[in-house]
Ligand binder design. Structure first.
Ligand code: SF4
Length: 337
C-alpha cells in the first residue's frame, strides 16, 4: 500500500521535510538535479511538503501576468519532474495565508543583527539596486515561517542556504524560549549531487545569466547548448590529455550518465582517446533520456490547466489543515487567543 502524508497532522513514523522553489518559470537542469530530483527521491522515506514560493518571488520587481504564468509553469514542472502530489503535499505558498500571520509573529522573535548579516540580502540588493524593499530584507523571516508552520524537521539545502536555515533555527529557539516548546529546530540535509555550473563554467547555472539548459529545451536545443559549452580550458587540441575533474561537462556526466559512461569519459579524457564532441554527444544522449519523459509529462499536464488548478487547491487544502492547527497553538501561546 502506498503511504501518503496525513492531513491535519504530520506523520509520526517519518520525519517531516519542507522545501520550496521560486516560480522563475524556467526550471533548469541545475534546479532539477540539485533540488527536485533529490526531493522526489525522498518521497517514500519522509513526510514531504513542497512549495512554489510565490510570496518570496515578490521581493524583486516582477510583472503580475508573468508571475501568474510562472507559478503555473513551475507547479506543473515540479509534478512533471517527479513530485507526485499523491505522495507529498505540493502547493503554492500564497494559497496558505497562515504563513503571513506566522511571519509577522516571528518578526518579533527575529534579531535585526541576524538579518543584517544575511549575505544573500547583500548580493540580491546589489542586483536590484534602486528597488530594495523591506520584503527583501525580511525574506529569511518568511522562510522561517514556511518551515515552522509545518513543523518541518529536515530541510534539504544547498551551500547557499545554510545561513537562512541557521536563522530559522535561531528564530525557533527564541520562540520556544519565550513562549514554550512549540517548534522543532529544523536540521539541514545536504545533497551529495555535484553542483552544476552554468554552460560558461564561470558562474552557477542561472536563468538571469542565460547560461542554463531548461528541462523543457528540446533535444536540438540541448545539443546546441552542450556543443558550445565550456570544457577543460587546457584541452586545446584533440590530442591534448584533459582533466575531467575540472570540466563542467564531466560534472554533468556525474549527474546524468550511468557509471560506465562516467568512467568512459574520465578515462578517455585523461588519455585523449576521446574528443570533447564525443564526450558531449554521450552526455546529450543520457541527458535527453532523462528529460524526455519529463517533457512529455509536462505537455500532458499543461494541456489540462483545470486539472492542475484542482491539484493546486487540493495541495493547499491539505497544507491549510496543518497550518490552522499550528496557528491555533501559536495564537494561544503568544497570548492573542
Ligand atoms: Fe571535458 Fe569530456 Fe572534453 Fe574531457 S573530454 S575536457 S571531460 S568535455
Amino acid at each position: 500500500m502506498t503511504e501518503t502524508p496525513t492531513d491535519g497532522k504530520t506523520s509520526h513514523s517519518r520525519k517531516t521535510v519542507f522545501s520550496g522553489i521560486q516560480p522563475s518559470g524556467i526550471v533548469h537542469i541545475g534546479n532539477y538535479a540539485g533540488a527536485i530530483r533529490t526531493w522526489a527521491n525522498m518521497l517514500g522515506e519522509y513526510d514531504c511538503t513542497f512549495c512554489v514560493v510565490d510570496l518570496h518571488a515578490m521581493t524583486v520587481p516582477y510583472e503580475p501576468d508573468q508571475m501568474r504564468r510562472r507559478i503555473f509553469d513551475t507547479f506543473v514542472l515540479n509534478m512533471a519532474a517527479g513530485l507526485d502530489p499523491e505522495r507529498s503535499r505540493l502547493f503554492v505558498q500564497s494559497h496558505v495565508p497562515e504563513v503571513a500571520e506566522l511571519c509577522w509573529i516571528l518578526m518579533n522573535c527575529a534579531a535585526m543583527g541576524d538579518l543584517n548579516r544575511m549575505t544573500q540580502f547583500k548580493e540580491k540588493s546589489e542586483r536590484v539596486s534602486g528597488h530594495i524593499n523591506a520584503g527583501l530584507f525580511t525574506y529569511p523571516v518568511l522562510m522561517a515561517a514556511d518551515i515552522l508552520l509545518y513543523k518541518a524537521e529536515v530541510i534539504p539545502v544547498g551551500d547557499d542556504q545554510t545561513q537562512h536555515l541557521e536563522f530559522a533555527r535561531e528564530v525557533a529557539r527564541r520562540f520556544n524560549t519565550q513562549f514554550g516548546d512549540t517548534f522543532p529546530e529544523p536540521e539541514p540535509l545536504f545533497s551529495d549531487v555535484p553542483r552544476l555550473m552554468g554552460l560558461d563554467a564561470k558562474d552557477k547555472m542561472s536563468k538571469s545569466l542565460d547560461n542554463y539548459i531548461s528541462l523543457l529545451d528540446d533535444e536540438g536545443e540541448v545539443w546546441e547548448k552542450l556543443r558550445t559549452a565550456a570544457t577543460d580550458p587546457a584541452r586545446v587540441r584533440r590530442t591534448d590529455p584533459g582533466t575531467p575533474e575540472i570540466c563542467n561537462i564531466f560534472t554533468m556526466h556525474r549527474v546524468f550518465s550511468p557509471p560506465q559512461d562516467i568512467e568512459w569519459s574520465a578515462d578517455g579524457c585523461r588519455t585523449a582517446d576521446i574528443g570533447c564532441i564525443d564526450c558531449k554527444k554521450c552526455l546529450a544522449r543520457n541527458m535527453n533520456e532523462e528529460l524526455d519523459p519529463i517533457r512529455a509529462r509536462y505537455a500532458e499536464l499543461a494541456a489540462h490547466p483545470e486539472r492542475v488548478r484542482e491539484l493546486m487547491d487540493e495541495g493547499a487544502a491539505r497544507c491549510r489543515a496543518i497550518a490552522r492547527a499550528t496557528m491555533e497553538e501559536v495564537r494561544q501561546k503568544v497570548g492573542i487567543r
